[in-house]
Design a protein around this ligand. Structure first.
Ligand code: NAD
Ligand code: WQD
Length: 350
C-alpha cells in the first residue's frame, strides 16, 4: 500500500531517541506520523526537532501508553478528524539494563503492561499493523555468530531482556486471535549516531551506560576517560564485539517494516521477526579507532575490568530484512560516529 497524506501512523515513544528519527523517516516516506510520549525519558525539544526536520506541525500527544482512556480518546479523535490511525510503531518502553535489575516490576509494568494496554485499545479500533521495538538482547549469549532469527532465545540476562522476550510472545499470542493482524518484531542490534543535521540525537540522562554516549562525552570533556570493559575476551583484540548501526538506517527500517505490514494480503495473522544490524561486528577498540579516524579527535580511554552480564560477541545475520523488507544498513560506522560527535557538540551549545 503506498502512503497517502491520510496514512496516519502512531509513533509511541516518538519523543525518544529512535522514535524521533523514525518519525522523520516516516514523514520523508510520505506517511503522517502522530507522536505519543509521556516524556519520561525525553524532552519537548525533541518534538521541536522532529517538526523542524519535517517542516510541518507533526501532532504530539503527552500520553502514557498505559492510560487506556487517553489512548481511546486519541484513536477516536483521529477517526473523527478523518485521519484514522492505520499503523503503530511501538517504541515506548524503559530501556536501561541496570535500572531493570534494580526495578524489575517497573520494567514489567511499563514494557509489558504498556504493550498490553496499547494492543487492547488498538484492536478495539481495528488497528492491525504493529511494528515493535525488540532487541538482540532476546538472544542472550549466542552459541554461533552471526545470529539469524531462528537462533533460540537464551534465558534472559536481565529483567529488561525478559520484557522484550515477553512482549514478542504477547504480540504473537494476540495476533493469533485476531483477523489479519500484521506484526513486525524488529530486533535491533546496537543503534548509534544521530540525524546528520544534529537536530536529533540521543539524550542520555545522567552518566551514560552505553558505549557511544559515554565515549562522546569523554571526548567532550564532560566525563573522565572511557573505561573499556575487559581486554581479555576471546576476540582478536580482547574486547567485546557488537553490531553498531546508524540510527537513520534503523529509522528507515521501520518504514520498510510498516510497508511490509501494509502489503500483507492474507486474512490469517502474520508475525515475523527481523534482525536489524549491519552484519558486521566491531570491537570496542575498533570503535575507538573508527571514531578517531572519523573525527580527528583523540579518545581518552583506559582498559578496565569486564562488565558483568556483557555478551562477548554478537552481530546480525540481517539477510531476512534484506530479502523480505528490501532493507539493508547503508551508512558506515565512521559516518555514524561522526554524526554522534556532531550531535554531542550541538548538545553542548543547547
Ligand atoms: P528512549 O528512552 O530514547 O525512547 C523511549 C521513549 O518512550 C522515551 O521518550 C520515553 O519517554 C517514552 N516512554 C517510556 N515509557 C512510556 C510510556 N509508558 N508511555 C509513553 N511514553 C513512554 O529509548 P530508545 O533508545 O529510543 O528506544 C526505543 C525502543 O527501542 C525501546 O522499546 C527500546 O527498548 C528499544 N531498543 C533500544 C535499543 C537502544 O540501544 N537504544 C536497542 C534495542 C531496542
Ligand atoms: C557496547 C560495548 C561494553 C560502555 C545494550 C543493551 C542491549 C541493547 C543495546 C536495548 C560492550 C562496551 C560500554 C563503556 C565499554 N539495548 N562498553 N565501556 O551492552 O551491547 O547493549 O544496548 O535493547 O539490550 O544491553 O551496549 O553500548 O552498553 O556496550 O567498554 O563505558 O561497549 O562492554 O562491549 P550493549 P553498550
Amino acid at each position: 500500500m503506498s502512503p497517502t497524506p491520510k496514512t496516519h501512523v502512531l509513533v509511541t515513544g516518538g519523543a525518544g531517541y529512535i522514535g524521533s528519527h523514525a518519525a522523520v523517516a516516516l514523514h520523508e516516506a510520505g506517511y503522517a506520523p502522530v507522536l505519543l510520549d509521556n516524556l519520561h525519558n525525553s524532552e519537548m525539544q525533541v518534538v521541536d526537532g522532529v517538526r523542524k526536520l519535517c517542516d510541518h506541525e507533526v501532532p504530539f500527544h503527552a500520553i502514557d501508553v498505559r492510560d487506556a482512556s487517553a489512548l481511546e480518546s486519541l484513536f477516536r479523535d483521529c477517526i473523527e478528524a478523518g485521519n484514522p490511525i492505520q499503523g503503530i510503531l511501538h517504541f515506548a518502553a524503559h530501556k536501561a539494563v541496570g535500572e531493570s535489575v534494580a526495578h524489575p516490576a517497573m520494567y514489567a509494568s511499563n514494557n509489558v503492561g504498556g504493550l498490553g494496554t496499547l494492543l487492547q485499545v488498538a484492536s478495539a479500533f481495528d488497528v492491525r499493523n504493529v511494528v515493535f521495538s525488540s532487541s538482540c538482547t532476546v538472544y542472550g549469549e549466542p552459541d554461533v555468530v552471526p545470529v539469524d532469527e531462528s537462533t533460540p532465545f537464551q534465558e534472559a540476562e536481565s529483567p529488561y531482556g525478559w520484557t522484550k522476550q515477553a512482549c514478542e510472545r504477547v504480540l504473537k499470542d494476540h495476533a493469533a486471535t485476531h483477523v489479519a493482524h500484521r506484526v513486525a518484531l524488529l530486533r535491533y542490534f546496537n543503534p548509534i549516531g544521530a540525524h546528520p543535521s544534529a537536530l536529533l540525537g540521543e539524550l542520555p540522562l545522567g552518566v551514560p551506560n552505553n558505549l557511544i554516549p559515554f565515549l562522546t562525552q569523554a571526548v567532550a570533556g564532560i566525563r573522565g576517560a572511557l573505561t573499556v570493559f575487559g581486554g581479555d575476551y576471546p576476540t582478536p583484540d580482547g574486547t567485546c564485539i557488537r553490531d553498531y548501526l546508524h540510527v537513520m538506517d534503523l529509522a528507515e527500517a521501520h518504514v520498510a517494516a510498516l510497508r511490509w505490514c501494509f502489503d500483507q494480503t492474507a486474512h490469517t495473522p502474520v508475525v515475523r521477526s527481523f534482525n536489524l544490524g549491519t552484519g558486521q561486528g566491531a570491537s570496542v577498540l575498533e570503535v575507538i579507532q573508527a571514531f578517531e579516524r572519523a573525527t580527528g579527535e583523540t579518545v581518552p580511554f583506559t582498559m578496565g575490568e569486564r562488565r558483568s552480564g556483557d555478551v562477548v560477541s554478537i552481530w546480525a545475520d540481517a539477510s531476512r530484512a534484506k530479502e523480505e523488507l528490501g532493507w539493508t544498513a547503508e551508512r558506515s560506522l565512521e559516518e555514524a560516529l561522526a554524526d554522534a560527535w556532531r550531535w554531542q557538540q550541538r548538545l553542548k551549545t543547547r
